[in-house]
Design a protein around this ligand. Structure first.
Ligand code: MRU
Length: 354
């Protein structure tokens, strides 16, 4: 896996891009573990390098993992690796974000359906199609989300609390929850973005604050455990988060710390809104209890603050919020509210009639 400083004369390099130099195609990732200190790109020439980038969170966030999976199949095909093996290892590189397996399956199906000698080109075309669809979904979610905010918090001047990172770093477009925040900001309606640090890997402090600063948003960083006092002070008009997997009943897995925010929001009667494309809805997972939550090394917690040698740490990457605590789910096809299995299925079914 190569490593070089991103060329960023015109701004930041994209989170992920395909390149085809003379010595063979590569997938180039903006290494999110190095932000915000450095903009460094990782050049993946093979699937093991991409799997390593996924596991270490160099590339992360549900929609972007879908793109990484699809381009990973295209890379395997173009480089002459066994595509079925690549699909198996890529799809399971991380267990919770359903988009990863979805992206892999889309590119794999295109590869298999192609004529002799056409598989690599077909897989790449499918990855590019998914990329364009994800960008379009971002735009649509931002529009639906902005309209929903106007209904939920009439009068504008929103103070929005968010968790983890859900912007252009996780998407082919401008993101999910942060895409909605950006739309509100552009409309002059964002009074403040409250950014949870998002322990232990600090996606909020490192990545959301970085994206918010670059967009010129008024934002304030807070330790995750300071959220309660913000609600008590009446400083939050809405909570907006993304999702890694939404079960058929609307239960939503997102970055650990999302569920406590949903409980706080309900207690304080503040809307709690999930923003996610329909590719994050997994009809094959019936309930929240059936969502596999990734457990990450305890060292991610113990490395963050001094603790006695040998201390064990509990480090689930995600938690699950039940549908009854979710005011609305914003998808590219529209807003699901109240969140029920039926309303969620109906918004997803719109994809079948296109
Ligand atoms: O472990 P991560 O950083 O991949 O977790 C990402 C999140 O939890 C995001 O909130 C989620 O993927 C939604 S991104 C649009």
């Amino acid at each position: 896996m190569g490593d070089h400083l991103a060329k960023s004369g015109h701004g930041t390099a994209p989170a992920l891009r395909w390149e085809d130099p003379p010595d063979g195609p590569v997938l180039v990732l903006l290494d999110q573990t190095r932000l915000p200190q450095e903009e460094v790109e990782l050049v993946c020439t093979d699937v093991p390098a991409l799997v390593q980038a996924i596991r270490t969170l160099a590339v992360r966030g549900a929609p972007l993992l879908g793109l990484a999976g699809a381009y990973g199949i295209a890379l395997a095909a173009a480089r002459g690796y066994d595509v079925d093996d690549a699909a198996a290892v890529l799809a399971h590189a991380r267990p919770t974000a359903v988009n990863l397996g979805y992206g892999v399956r889309r590119a794999l199906a295109a590869f298999r359906a192609a004529g002799p000698g056409q598989g690599a080109a077909a897989a790449l075309a499918e990855a590019r199609r998914l990329h364009a669809e994800d960008a379009a979904a971002s735009t649509a979610m931002a529009e639906h989300g902005a309209r929903l905010l106007a209904e939920l918090a009439p009068g504008g001047g929103y103070r929005i609390l968010t968790h983890c990172n859900t912007g252009a770093l996780v998407s082919g477009g401008e993101g999910t929850a942060l895409g909605v925040v950006l739309a509100a900001h552009r409309a002059g309606e964002l009074r403040r973005l409250w950014v949870d640090e998002t322990r232990p890997l600090l996606q909020g402090a490192r990545l959301t604050a970085w994206e918010a600063a670059r967009a010129g948003m008024p934002y304030t960083l807070l330790a995750d455990n300071a959220a309660g006092s913000l609600f008590t002070a009446g400083e939050v008009d809405a909570v907006l988060i993304g999702a890694d997997r939404i079960a058929a009943d609307g239960s939503t897995a997102n970055k650990v710390g999302s569920y406590p925010l949903a409980v706080l929001a309900r207690y304080h009667q503040v809307p709690f809104v999930v923003v996610a494309p329909t590719t994050t809805v997994d009809q094959a997972t019936p309930t929240g209890a059936a969502i596999e939550v990734e457990q990450r090394p305890g060292s991610e917690v113990t490395d963050l603050a001094p603790s006695p040698l040998g201390t064990q740490a509990y480090n689930p990457a995600f938690d699950v919020t039940p549908p009854e605590l979710i005011t609305a789910i914003v998808t590219e096809n529209g807003v699901v509210s109240p969140v029920t299995a039926e309303s969620l299925a109906a918004v997803c079914a719109q994809n079948d009639v296109r």
